[in-house]
Design a protein around this ligand. Structure first.
Ligand SMILES: *Cc1c(COP(=O)(O)O)cnc(C)c1O
Length: 389
């Protein structure tokens, strides 16, 4: 059995595509999906499309039986085109226009997440009878890329919305939350599941029985540091569900993005320039052909520190570097506080691989800042380009 890296590097050696590019090994995507469904038996696993909406990725997951968390009409259309039926799509974005709901309803989407009265009214009018979950604002420990206070509402507010959903003829199914992306602390779910249980109890007291608990995404992957295993996350979630729902466990929904695609992808980049700011500067500046605006958006605030591997033979002595992208923008510096070291023999034209780069890279790429095209993606399966590329 070849590894993800061997298959991707085999493809790169054979095709030598122009850099920068992202190569996604679709077989690894399916493996990760299967590992999560096995790790959380009985749970519905729905892939957060925004992490990587490549058609080949969506096709493979649809074939494997995955559900999809969609956030816009365009994501709905991508999933339908990939062969996923509308009934397996869940509209997780609480910020939507009436036209977005109309589009989703006509595509067969039955489940919507909401956190405000006006949106609930729109769902009742434009997707009558739909299943509705309410998103909770949870106090979770900081993750690498937290949502802050952007999404969700309090437990009291959520209970009111769900009772009103029932009054409007909708099907109030439960509660959702997100503990922040790249959440390295499995205990984060305990706080959120405790808050969700309060909502279940509050609505039950008012005659509305909830049945579904969406524990969101946030499962972390190993970049330079290892992340907790799927088993560790599953154990924490299971323990919290038992503790907070002692009578009967709700249906569980898991909504990972990063944990399904990150480790399936690698970005190959090229060194454009290596320089020092003065004769006495101990740091070299290394400028790559990929940066903040053409794939590495998650280096903002150095939130995600990718593992880098220099391709080919190099001297074993390494020195400290500051790593920057290719554009004429002062913010296009990837790492100046996070310590990185690269070989002293590094020269322009050398290749650097950015590992575990399948999530939140190509989908975050600008359309052409400074004339630089969006990050090109190649999908492979069994080491060969997938069809319809
Ligand atoms: C982005 C997002 C996810 C996926 O989060 P990951 O941290 O990539 O697992 C899941 N659910 C919702 C509602 C999201 O917005």
């Amino acid at each position: 059995m070849s590894t993800t890296l061997e298959r991707i590097r085999g493809f790169l050696a054979e095709q030598d595509p122009p850099t920068p590019c992202l190569v996604v090994d679709v077989d690894t995507v399916v493996d990760r999906y299967r590992a999560l469904t096995a790790g959380f038996p009985g749970a519905r696993v729905q892939y957060a499309v925004k992490a990587n909406p490549e058609p080949a990725v969506l096709r493979a997951l649809a074939t494997a039986g995955a559900w999809f968390d969609v956030a816009s009409p365009a994501e709905i259309d991508l999933c339908l085109a990939a062969g996923a039926p509308g009934e397996r799509l869940s509209y997780g974005n609480t910020v939507k226009k009436p036209a977005d709901i109309e589009h989703a309803h006509s595509a067969g989407v039955r489940e919507y997440t909401c956190e405000a009265d006006s949106d609930l009214d729109n769902i009742a009018r434009l997707a009558p009878g739909a299943q509705v979950s309410v998103r909770l604002l949870v106090e979770a420990p900081a993750s690498a890329t937290p949502f802050g206070r952007k999404f969700g509402c309090s437990a009291e507010y959520a209970a009111d919305l769900l009772v009103r959903a029932a009054e409007l003829g909708l099907d109030p199914v439960g509660v959702s939350f997100h503990v922040g992306s790249q959440q390295l602390d499995p205990a984060a779910w305990d706080v959120a599941i405790g808050a969700a249980a309060k909502v279940f109890a509050a609505t039950a007291g008012r005659g509305v029985t909830l049945r579904r608990l969406n524990v969101g995404g946030g499962l972390a992957v190993g970049y330079r540091e290892p992340a907790p295993t799927t088993e560790a996350y599953a154990a924490a979630v299971t323990r919290a569900v038992r503790a907070h729902f002692p009578a009967a466990a709700p249906e569980l929904v898991l909504e990972p993005g990063r944990a399904i695609v990150a480790e399936a992808g690698l970005i190959r980049s090229e060194v454009v320039l290596v320089s020092r700011k003065s004769h006495s500067d101990e740091h070299r500046w290394v400028y790559l052909d990929v940066g903040r605006y053409n794939g590495l958006a998650e280096t903002e605030n150095e939130a995600i520190a990718y593992r880098l591997e220099v391709v080919g033979r190099h001297s074993s002595d390494e020195g400290p570097v500051i790593i920057a992208g290719p554009t004429c923008d002062g913010d296009d510096v990837l790492y100046q506080r996070t310590p990185y070291r690269l070989p002293s023999s590094l020269r322009p034209g050398d290749r650097i691989d950015i590992l575990a780069a399948g999530a939140y890279t190509a989908s975050y790429s600008s359309v052409g800042f400074n004339g630089i095209p969006p990050l090109r993606t190649y999908c492979i399966s069994e080491g060969r380009p997938t069809s319809a590329e």
